[in-house]
Design a protein around this ligand. Structure first.
Ligand code: FES
Length: 102
């Protein structure tokens, strides 16, 4: 599967989550203490962009109805969400952040 350049490290220097369109999908890219992570950006509950939400203890809180997802695994972790997020492998090559998307 190909790797796609989705952001630079500097893009996440001041904000811990950003949303990007990449390979025809909306992806949220996160900076946590232990590295970078990527999930689908659209909430599985309804139409909301998770990259507009807040990070709370390793989870992304949806800005629409405050559902929670584990950023590292994509697991739904708080009402009203019940369907998990897609997650994507991520790597850093020099100052570039890349995600693996089919
Ligand atoms: Fe995300 Fe409802 S749209 S919790």
């Amino acid at each position: 599967m190909p790797w796609h350049h989705i952001a630079d490290i500097t893009d996440l220097a001041e904000k811990p989550v950003i949303g990007r369109e990449c390979a025809g999908r909306w992806i949220a890219v996160y900076r946590l203490d232990d590295g970078y992570f990527a999930t689908q950006d659209l909430c599985t509950h309804s139409f909301a962009r998770l990259s507009n939400g807040e990070i709370v203890d390793g989870h992304i809180e949806c800005p629409a109805h405050f559902g929670l997802f584990d950023i590292r695994t994509g697991k739904a972790a708080g009402s009203p969400v019940s369907c998990d997020l897609d997650t994507y492998p991520i790597r850093v090559v020099e100052d570039r952040i890349e995600v693996e998307i089919e």
